[in-house]
Design a protein around this ligand. Sequence first.
Ligand code: PGA
Length: 261
Amino acid sequence: MEVIICPTAAEAASTGASILARLLREKPDATLGLATGNTPLALYAELIRRHQSGAIDFAHCHAFNLDEYFGIGPDHPASYHRFMSENLFSHINIAPEHCRIPDGLAKDVPTACRDYEQAIVASGGIDLQVLGIGGDGHIGFNEPGSSLQSRTRIKTLTARTRRDNAGDFGAEDNVPMHVITMGVGTIMEARSLLLFAFGAHKAAVVASAVEGPITSMVPASILQMHPCAKVILDEAAASQLTRAEYYRWVYANKPAWQADA
Ligand code: PGA
């Protein structure tokens, strides 16, 4: 696991955008795994900016989102379909038919989940998965206790996550109880992972995920087992890491050929 500590979230987003841009230069038809929430907003803004300046072409890539609320449709203002359209897809040249997000209105959930997994495989597998981290350590909507080998399925949100996400729905009671999410096992099959976290409110969970034991109680801790995982933080989110100086040292002395890789 590589830990990259940036002075600000904007610089972290720029670092992440450079990694993504390099992937798309080398593999224009790459499959991206995308995330929602506040964390990836700066990354998406930077990707849009670079696309508009001609530096990134999304014409041939495919995208799969991590998750969607169950029981709401794509036009619901708090749906992740709406989020992705407003914050990324409608501003770049990705083909709409290349963008997949779990169907929150699926009638046959197990079949829809299996189809989602098969679509990922059919697209060649995810080359790079963008992740945030929940205050409780979730990745996607894999709440604490999720099997570390889980696949795309329906999950029940914790009270904490419903509280954290209440703002999007006006009130906690309006937040759906259930979600469809890629599993931890699905996420771990991506060839590379980029987990972002910003702000002091993420510092404790970042320290648990990066330096604590691997446990389903902190699903993000499984990234320690991934052969190519990067954790990109601002100073505040890195503030409880005991080995922060070493991570900075490693990054400052990275061989030039590894830049953006
Ligand atoms: P946030 O959510 O980016 O809004 O903090 C992260 C997550 O729940 O994965």
